[in-house]
Design a protein around this ligand. Structure first.
Ligand SMILES: Cc1cc2nc3c(=O)[nH]c(=O)nc-3n(C[C@H](O)[C@H](O)[C@H](O)COP(=O)(O)OP(=O)(O)OC[C@H]3O[C@@H](n4cnc5c(N)ncnc54)[C@H](O)[C@@H]3O)c2cc1C
Length: 308
């Protein structure tokens, strides 16, 4: 199954190549946007370095379509990361080449001799199974393995090109600004996450102190991060935040709604502190402590300090 992987600057998506190859997908071409990333994506015979600085999604999609049309074999599968850019470019490419489009896939397998794609729907409450009946198919991929890609082929053919900007383009990019993320929760071995059990922004201090003593990163549920803005955006765990897999996840004053659970369910050891014995997080916890966080956390901090 001839496959194009459009990695651009999200080269982690190349990590999918080995498992996709086992299912019969053959990456024939990989598109990256930085020459220095070529060695991290050597799973195809050919790699195109597409200089895509300061271009619109439309311009980028046009260039990808040009590359698809120039390729001698027709691609059956085109895979992009389900990033903001990928989710914009994917449908534009699919429209231009008359392909099917599936967004936010997180798994593919073969069932009854057919490909079976999986994705979450209804905000993560249900799983959808899709057997595409025709190709080409454009897919945006949501859960991308974070392991370091292995180098597969020694010397792929490398072509460098740039996105051409049509003079009649109706959308003009005025500028881009990089927001520095101070933390990458995906790499954290220990996380202390706090939820709406916390009464005020000032109280983040005690949670921070606990995280510091445990050598953990601080994280939050969506209300804490997105609604109250008590923590920076890169610290939200959950369906619309970051998916984490730490060795220790301490959930303080978090109820355990499915949208949060989706982001932390693969943590190795979960400790939940909640004053409600029936909080749903209990069923996802290895240790559940029924307690008022304002009474329990200071005692825990004291204890941790005394054993240091
Ligand atoms: C499409 C969609 C995407 C979403 N994405 C995310 C996401 O990425 N991440 C996310 O977290 N949510 C997400 N949500 C929101 C999610 O559904 C929940 O609303 C949210 O997770 C609840 O956050 P919480 O547990 O902090 O708050 P609550 O549900 O209000 O829970 C607070 C908990 O604190 C406990 N508590 C209160 N006081 C104390 C105390 N003194 N001591 C101890 N415990 C106490 C309570 O018993 C309760 O269990 C999403 C929702 C939608 C619709």
């Amino acid at each position: 199954m001839k496959t194009l992987i459009v990695a651009l600057d999200n080269v982690q998506i190349c990590n999918l190549a080995p498992s996709l190859s086992e299912l019969g997908f053959t990456p024939e071409l990989i598109i990256v946007s930085n020459e220095n990333d070529v060695h991290r994506c050597t799973y195809a015979n050919k790699i195109v370095v597409l200089d895509a600085v300061d271009v619109t999604a439309y311009e980028l999609a046009q260039s990808i379509v040009d590359l698809i049309r120039r390729h001698e074999n027709a691609f059956e599968y085109i895979i992009l990361p389900a990033t903001v850019l990928g989710l914009e470019v994917g449908p534009l490419v699919a429209y231009d080449i008359d392909a099917l489009y599936i967004a936010n896939v997180y798994d593919v397998s073969i069932a009854d001799g057919q490909l079976l794609f999986k994705r979450l729907i209804y905000g993560g409450l249900a799983e959808e199974f899709i057997h595409p009946k025709k190709s080409p198919l454009v897919v945006t991929w949501k859960e991308i393995p974070i392991a370091e890609p292995q180098v597969n082929r020694a010397e792929p053919l490398i072509e460098k090109t740039h996105v051409s900007k049509p003079s009649d383009s109706t959308v003009r990019l005025l500028g881009k600004e990089r927001i520095e993320e101070k933390v990458d929760l995906r790499k954290a071995r220990k996380i202390v996450a706090v939820g709406r059990g916390l009464k005020s922004r000032e109280d983040i201090g005690i949670i921070n102190e606990l995280a510091r003593l445990l050598g953990a990163e601080l994280a939050g549920s969506r209300p804490i991060v997105a609604d109250y803005k008590w923590l920076e955006p890169g610290r939200q765990v959950g369906l619309s935040g970051i998916t984490v897999k730490p060795e220790l996840y301490v959930a303080v004053g978090i109820s355990g709604q499915i949208h949060h659970i989706m982001g932390m369910k693969d943590s190795k050891f979960v400790v939940a502190i909640n004053k409600d014995a029936n909080a749903p997080i209990r069923q996802y916890s290895d240790v559940f402590i029924k307690a008022d966080l304002y009474k329990f956390i200071p005692l825990l901090i004291e204890k941790l300090k005394s054993v240091r």
